[in-house]
Design a protein around this ligand. Structure first.
Ligand code: ARG
Length: 562
C-alpha cells in the first residue's frame, strides 16, 4: 500500500535520514498540484544546519522508486508525485475493510447515552447516543475491545418524589399504556403540588431514605419504573442500532462509595464546608461536593466510585464519557479529585463533550414542564417524510418502508455525526433528508448507485472482479483522486478515534461520494471494451465497499437500492 508510511520509509532509506526526523511528518497536500504527499524540511533545518529549501533541493534528486513519478523541491517542501497506474493498482489489490489489529489487547470504555430513569429520551440525548455508538463501532473496527456502558441515572432524591407521587396518584393502567409519559406526569404533578403543600418534600425524602436503606417494597417499585423506562428506550436504541455491554448506573455504585469516602479522608482530602464534605480542586474552580450535610452522596461521588470500578474491572486503555459540555466543570472536578487521590490513570479518562442540538422549527428540550421533543417522534416524522420522497422518486422500489426507515433515521443520526461535535447545532430535518448536499441520503444514494452499476454490468456479462493482480493503464485524474481518498480510509478512522470525532469520517465519506459522482460522469462501463470496463468496475466496487463500511461505522444503513 502506498501511503504516508511508505513515503516515510522511502525518505529514511533514500535520503539516509534518521527515522525520528521523518516519522509522523509526511503530509497530504490539500491541493494535489503540490504533490500527492509532501515532506516539510523545516524541522531538519536545525539538525542539518542548512536552509529548508536547500535541503529540499538536495534531497529531491535522491529518489528512485517505481511507485513515484517525480519528486519536486518547492519552498522548503519535498513534493512527491505518484505513478497513478501503480498507485491505483496497488490500492485496488490491497485495500480491504476487514477489522484491523491496531488496537489489539487494549480496552476502551465508552460511557454514552446514559439516560435517566423515568425521563423521556429527548432529542438532546441524540448526540451522546450516536457519537458514543459510532465510536463504539470505530474502535471495534480498529481492533480494540470496547465496553459500551449506559451509566443510568437511577439514583437520587428525585426518585423519592416519584415514589411518593406514585403512591398518591399512581394509575397502573395508565402506566401500562403510556409508560415514561405517565411517569413524567407524576413527576410534574409532584412539583406543582409541592409548591402548595410544603409537607410533600419531606415525605419524598422519607421515601428516598427507604430506597437508600434497601426497603424491599420501595426497591421493587423503583425497579418497575426502571424496567418501564428501559423497555421504552430500547425501541429507540434498536432503531438507531446502538448496543450496550453494561447498564450499570448510579445505583450500582451505592455500596462502592464508602471506601472512596474513607480513602479521601485517609488522604486528608475531605474538608468541611457548611456541614458538607468537599474536596478542594483548586485552579479557581469551586470545590467538589462529596457528601451533603445529611450525609447523602451525590452524582459526583458516584462518578468517583465509577471510574475506580472501571479501572479495576476493565483495566481500560481509555475511559470515555460522551456527555454534553454543560458537564465540563463536573468532569474536570472529578478527574482532578482522582488525580489528588493518586490515581494517575485518570489521565486516560476523557470527557468527550459535545454541543446542543435544537430543532429549526422549535421544540423545547426542557423536561421540567413536560413539553419535550421526544426523539422517537422526531425519528418517526423523518421516516414519514423519507417515505414520501421515495414514493415520488422511485415508486416502483421494493421494500420502500425499510428503505424509508434507513433514510429517515439515518438523516437524523448523520445530523449529529457530520458536524464537529463541540458545535451547537440547529437541526433542519427537511435539509437533512435531501438527496443532494452533505446528507446521509446522499451517501446512501451514492452507495446504492454503485450497487446498481455493478448489477447492470453483471447483467451485461462484464463481471470479472475476481482476477488477481489486475493491471491498470492510463488512469485519469478523476479515478486517481477518488482512489486516493479511499486509500485514506483506515488512517481516517484512526484519526477519528484519536480525536473522538466521528465527523472526520463523515467528511471523508462525503468527499468520496462527491468524487465518485464526478468519476461516474466521465467513466462509462457498459459499451466500453472489456479491460477498461473491468478496471472501472473495480473502482466502483472499491467505492461501494468503502461507503458500505463507512456508513456502518456511522450507524447508517446502506440500502442496495433506493
Ligand atoms: N445521566 C447523566 C445525564 O443525563 C449523564 C451521565 C453521564 N455519565 C457519567 N458517568 N456521569 O446528565
Amino acid at each position: 500500500m502506498i501511503d504516508k508510511k511508505y513515503i516515510e520509509k522511502l525518505i529514511i532509506k533514500n535520503a539516509s535520514m534518521n527515522a525520528h526526523l521523518v516519522e509522523g511528518n509526511v503530509e497530504i497536500p490539500s491541493d494535489s498540484k503540490m504533490g500527492d504527499f509532501a515532506f516539510p524540511c523545516f524541522k531538519l533545518s536545525k539538525e542539518l544546519k542548512k536552509a529548508p529549501n536547500v535541503i529540499a533541493s538536495e534531497l529531491a534528486t535522491k529518489f528512485k522508486d517505481k511507485a513515484i513519478n517525480k519528486v519536486q523541491a518547492q519552498s522548503g517542501y519535498l513534493n512527491f508525485f505518484l505513478d497513478r497506474d501503480k498507485f491505483v493498482e496497488s490500492a485496488v489489490n490491497t485495500v480491504s475493510f476487514d477489522n484491523l489489529k491496531f488496537g489489539a489487547g487494549k480496552t476502551i470504555c465508552i460511557d454514552y447515552s446514559s439516560i435517566n430513569i423515568a425521563k423521556p429520551f429527548h432529542i438532546g440525548h441524540l448526540s451522546s447516543t450516536v457519537i458514543g455508538g459510532s465510536l463504539y463501532r470505530m474502535f471495534t473496527y480498529l481492533g480494540f475491545k470496547v465496553v459500551g456502558i449506559n451509566h443510568l441515572g437511577d439514583w437520587g432524591t428525585q426518585f423519592g418524589k416519584l415514589l411518593c407521587a406514585y403512591e398518591m396518584w399512581g394509575d397502573d393502567d395508565d402506566l401500562d399504556k403510556r409508560g415514561i409519559s405517565s411517569l413524567l406526569d407524576l413527576y410534574v404533578r409532584f412539583h406543582a403540588e409541592a409548591e402548595k403543600d410544603k409537607t410533600l418534600d419531606e415525605r419524598a425524602r422519607v421515601y428516598f431514605l427507604k430506597l437508600e436503606q434497601g426497603d424491599k417494597e420501595a426497591l421493587q417499585l423503583f425497579d418497575m419504573f426502571k424496567q418501564i423506562t428501559l423497555k421504552e428506550v430500547q425501541k429507540t436504541y434498536d432503531k438507531l442500532g446502538v448496543v450496550f455491554d453494561s447498564y450499570n448506573g448510579e445505583s450500582f455504585y451505592n455500596d462502592k462509595i464508602q471506601p472512596v469516602v474513607d480513602e479521601l479522608k485517609q488522604k486528608n482530602l475531605l474538608v468541611q464546608s457548611d456541614g458538607a464534605m468537599v474536596v478542594e480542586v483548586g485552579e479557581n474552580r469551586p470545590p467538589l461536593l462529596v457528601l451533603r450535610s445529611d450525609g447523602a452522596s451525590l452524582y459526583a461521588t458516584r462518578d468517583l466510585a465509577t471510574a475506580i470500578y472501571r479501572k479495576k474491572t476493565y483495566n481500560f486503555y481509555k475511559n470515555l464519557y460522551v456527555v454534553a459540555y454543560q458537564q465540563n466543570l463536573h468532569f474536570s472536578q472529578v478527574f482532578s479529585t482522582l488525580k489528588l487521590m493518586g490515581r494517575d490513570w485518570v489521565d486516560d479518562c476523557v470527557h468527550v463533550q459535545f454541543g446542543m442540538v435544537s430543532l429549526k422549527d422549535g421544540g423545547s428540550l426542557s423536561t421540567r414542564k413536560g413539553n419535550v421533543m421526544y426523539l422517537s417522534k422526531v425519528l418517526d416524522e423523518a421516516v414519514q417524510k423519507a417515505l414520501h420522497t421515495i414514493e415520488q422518486k422511485n415508486p416502483n422500489l421494493t421494500e420502500k418502508e425499510t428503505v424509508a426507515q434507513s433514510v429517515g433515521v439515518g438523516a437524523i443520526v448523520f445530523g449529529a455525526l457530520s458536524n464537529g461535535r463541540i458545535k451547537d447545532i440547529i437541526f433542519d430535518i427537511d435539509k437533512a433528508l435531501e438527496f443532494e448536499g452533505e446528507t446521509a441520503p446522499y451517501l446512501m444514494y451514492t452507495h446504492a448507485r454503485c450497487c446498481s452499476i455493478i448489477r447492470k454490468a453483471d447483467q451485461a456479462g462484464i463481471k470479472k472482479l475476481d482476477i488477481k493482480n489486475f493491471k491498470f493503464k492510463d488512469v485519469d485524474s478523476d479515478t486517481f483522486e477518488l482512489v486516493k481518498l479511499i486509500a485514506r480510509f483506515n488512517d481516517t478512522v484512526k484519526l477519528a478515534c484519536e480525536k473522538y470525532e466521528p465527523s472526520i469520517l463523515s467528511r471523508l465519506l462525503l468527499d468520496i461520494a462527491q468524487n465518485f459522482n464526478r468519476f461516474y460522469l466521465s467513466n462509462r462501463i457498459v459499451g466500453e471494451q472489456s479491460d477498461l470496463a473491468n478496471s472501472r468496475l473495480r473502482i466502483i466496487n472499491l467505492t461501494k465497499n468503502a461507503l458500505n463500511k463507512g456508513l456502518e461505522l456511522l450507524l447508517l444503513k446502506a440500502p442496495i437500492e433506493m
